[in-house]
Design a protein around this ligand. Sequence first.
Ligand code: FE2
Length: 229
Amino acid sequence: MTNRTRDLSFADDFIFAKLIEDVVDYDVEDAVVINIGPSPMLTGDKHPAVVPAWKSTWLKGGRIKSAGRAAIVKVTNPVNLGGCMFRGWEWLGNRIKSFPRDTPLFISSQDEIGTLTTDPYVFTNERSTPLAPQTFTLKLNLWWAPGDTDCFIHNDHRFLETHTQIHGRGRMQKFEHRDASTIYEDVLMPIGYSHDPFCRVTQKNEWTYPWHRYYADTDSVWLAIELHP
Ligand SMILES: [Fe+2]
């Protein structure tokens, strides 16, 4: 059966969020569409185009022509969106003892989507042909932070990650050290944009990340895409 849809766990009165699988000719009125899979997604009707693996676009009356799995996300009500902590989103400081006590970064529930097979070196763009495919569990969640929030410089993840901007404007930034003054790359994140993965594979189920952070320029919602070995 094609076009199987369900709400993602973080969908609520403020945020439209759906998973759609085995997609064929699915029209999208106005939302960010994320290709949450290792194969290309096709969009368009008369003039089809490719959205590469783990990338995204903003469709406005457009069509997903074909995709394995896609997430469709839009903030439908920005009024009091920042009250997400009263709707079950958690302050990250509750989970991480060393997280700065004054940083307003909040995480939604996480939705476990299922498994997929990919070569981690292909995910990180370190090679183009899959030579060592392995199975990962795909998990999605949203983040929220108000404008001018430094979402903490870190370099440790037990998963492969990338992010998509859903609402507002932010940046993914890289640093030489855990020190904002040592920035060496600034990736601007407008709505609908997914940054390229930051990590490099070092060995089986091991990868390194540069010191990095998300910085919210305005009130922002962004999607985390995590591949867990
Ligand atoms: Fe990260």
